[in-house]
Design a protein around this ligand. Structure first.
Ligand SMILES: *[C@@H]1O[C@H](CO)[C@@H](O)[C@H](O)[C@H]1NC(C)=O
Ligand SMILES: *[C@@H]1O[C@H](CO)[C@@H](O)[C@H](O)[C@H]1NC(C)=O
Ligand SMILES: *[C@@H]1O[C@H](CO)[C@@H](O)[C@H](O)[C@H]1NC(C)=O
Ligand SMILES: *[C@@H]1O[C@H](CO)[C@@H](O)[C@H](O)[C@H]1NC(C)=O
Ligand SMILES: *[C@@H]1O[C@H](CO)[C@@H](O)[C@H](O)[C@H]1NC(C)=O
Ligand SMILES: *[C@@H]1O[C@H](CO)[C@@H](O)[C@H](O)[C@H]1NC(C)=O
Ligand SMILES: *[C@@H]1O[C@H](CO)[C@@H](O)[C@H](O)[C@H]1NC(C)=O
Ligand SMILES: *[C@@H]1O[C@H](CO)[C@@H](O)[C@H](O)[C@H]1NC(C)=O
Ligand SMILES: *[C@@H]1O[C@H](CO)[C@@H](O)[C@H](O)[C@H]1NC(C)=O
Ligand SMILES: *[C@@H]1O[C@H](CO)[C@@H](O)[C@H](O)[C@H]1NC(C)=O
Ligand SMILES: *[C@@H]1O[C@H](CO)[C@@H](O)[C@H](O)[C@H]1NC(C)=O
Length: 407
């Protein structure tokens, strides 16, 4: 908070210097700090320019920046964005479909890329994606490209904290080729107000990144709460409240022939998961022509769940049936996985089944431990049941699954 008091002091004393051609948009408070307010038009280029020029850009609480052009804020060094107000993207779908920043990975486009070294975005304000028009359009066009709300791209030593992320058209956060990235106290809400759901609004997707930490956040959305895509290493996703999501997900991995996917060292603890498809999940493709990879050293602990379809899942036969999975097992090996201290209730969508560990044949899952499991289905389904195939399970809840060495 040192900077804030310094800024206030300077503001009180110094005449403000205008940087932008149209007066009053960017005001220099001192050598390092600028205040950015709305221009009435497209604030995108002014915002990008301000971040390049000023070590700290302050967006005051009463300001809503309207962003009508993609913001490429990559290649920055030592920058702070103190977002107290709102950054709102326009709902001009034609523009964004043709001008969003393109990522080949899963055919994605993005509104805003932040990258470089030693960056901080904070301040209690909001990023608003005007998602409703996209949710409605996607209902009649399932190939519609929809922009990711906020992308951290080729970045290191980044802190994103105390920010609201509202109604992203698609994924909310994408961490692509990042190292040492912390997200703390992020509130995500992507909820449709029409009959058309807010689809694919993943809270976080992590890809080709190392040491990403997500803490103390509330997520209300319509797809994965946190998803570890290929090459996510040393990741923590903890102290989260997820509602309406598809869970904390490792994968899907091993989708593409010739590609090797790694997830290693992942911890997720103290997660509250409600009204979700999954609680904790690891998912890898099987079938002809799939890729390969490894999931190693993953720990899910202290999950409290309510109304969750599949509270605890490994699916190493994703997109196949048992026959096909036996013929074409997954080449993504899954090793050293701990599920411990799971509480709560399933939705009954899987009747009495509350946990499922389905592995490909030939010992492709190993060292899978399950302990302290207190999950129940809704009362109408009776006692909880547990399913498994092709896996030796250890831990004090292994007995619940019975003999899983074959199907
Ligand atoms: C974004 O900006 C960086 C740094 O200025 C530049 O190298 C890169 O080509 C830009 N990317 C796009 C997609 O415009
Ligand atoms: C939307 O963007 C297109 C350019 O892609 C532009 O021609 C059109 O005027 C914009 N519409 C609005 C309402 O701003
Ligand atoms: C769906 O949206 C894409 C743009 O992402 C567009 O190219 C395509 O023509 C649309 N399809 C239909 C059926 O409107
Ligand atoms: C996020 O939600 C929590 C709990 O409701 C609240 O205390 C916090 O101020 C919110 N943070 C932001 C940035 O809105
Ligand atoms: C949680 O999600 C459910 C269904 O997805 C929704 O009805 C409910 O309003 C959400 N709760 C909160 C606190 O947003
Ligand atoms: C993951 O990392 C490994 C080892 O560096 C590399 O061979 C592989 O191509 C990477 N996979 C992806 C999807 O980037
Ligand atoms: C497993 O990952 C955790 C962090 O998630 C790390 O502390 C631990 O050392 C790792 N264990 C091994 C055997 O690599
Ligand atoms: C996983 O954690 C262990 C123990 O800290 C470390 O030795 C190993 O390098 C980590 N793996 C990766 C891929 O970073
Ligand atoms: C399993 O999947 C294969 C390939 O899609 C299909 O040919 C076969 O009929 C399926 N078997 C069963 C029992 O559903
Ligand atoms: C289970 O363990 C036994 C004894 O080590 C081993 O022979 C068997 O292959 C294992 N089965 C699986 C599915 O890992
Ligand atoms: C449910 O479990 C209880 C306690 O283990 C047992 O007494 C009861 O018979 C079981 N009920 C059914 C329907 O299996």
């Amino acid at each position: 908070m040192h900077f804030i008091s310094h800024l206030s002091a300077v503001l009180a004393l110094a005449p403000l210097l205008s940087l932008a051609s149209s007066a009053g948009l960017v005001e220099r408070a001192d050598d390092a700090s600028c205040i950015l307010t709305a221009s009435g038009g497209d604030d995108g280029p002014i915002f990008v320019d301000a971040v390049q020029r000023c070590e700290t850009v302050v967006i005051p609480a009463e300001t809503t920046l309207s962003i009508a052009t993609g913001m490429n804020m990559t290649g920055l060094n030592d920058r702070n964005i103190d977002l107290r107000g709102t950054v709102k993207f326009t709902d001009n779908m034609t523009y964004w479909i043709n001008n969003g920043f393109y990522f080949e990975f899963q055919d994605q486009i993005a509104f805003w890329m932040l990258g470089g070294n030693n960056l901080r975005l904070f301040g209690g304000g909001a990023i608003d994606g005007s998602g409703q028009v996209w949710y409605d359009a996607f209902a009649t066009n399932d190939t519609l490209l929809r922009p990711i709300l906020f992308t951290v791209y080729q970045a290191s030593n980044v802190v994103i904290e105390d920010i609201k992320m509202l109604n992203g058209p698609e994924w909310i956060n994408f961490v692509n080729e990042g190292q040492n990235i912390l997200y703390d106290r992020i509130n995500i809400s992507a909820v449709s107000t029409s009959v058309n759901p807010a689809k694919n609004t993943d809270g976080w997707d992590i890809y080709r990144s190392d040491n990403v930490v997500i803490l103390n956040s509330n997520i209300n959305n319509g797809d994965d709460c946190v998803s570890l895509k290929p090459n996510s290493t040393n990741i923590i996703a903890s102290y989260l409240y997820c509602n309406g999501s598809h869970g904390i997900s490792v994968g899907s991995l091993g989708q593409y022939a010739g590609v090797y996917d790694i997830v290693e060292n992942f911890t997720s603890t103290n997660v509250h998961m409600y009204n979700a498809e999954n609680g904790a999940r690891i998912k890898a493709f099987a079938g002809p022509g799939v890729g390969a990879g490894i999931v190693k050293n993953v720990s899910f602990s202290y999950f409290t769940e309510g109304n969750v379809d599949d509270p605890l899942v490994i699916d190493q036969c994703y997109m196949t049936n048992a026959t096909e999975c036996a013929a074409y097992p997954s080449n993504v090996y899954i090793q050293d996985v701990v599920f411990t201290n799971f509480y709560g209730t399933s939705s009954g969508n899987e009747k009495s089944v509350v946990a499922s560990l389905a592995c490909s044949p030939d010992g492709r899952c190993s060292d899978i431990s399950v302990s302290n499991i207190y999950l129940e289905p809704p009362a109408t389904y009776g006692n909880a049941t547990y399913t498994c195939q092709n896996v030796n399970i250890t831990g004090n809840a292994a007995y619940l699954f019975g003999d899983c060495a074959t199907t």
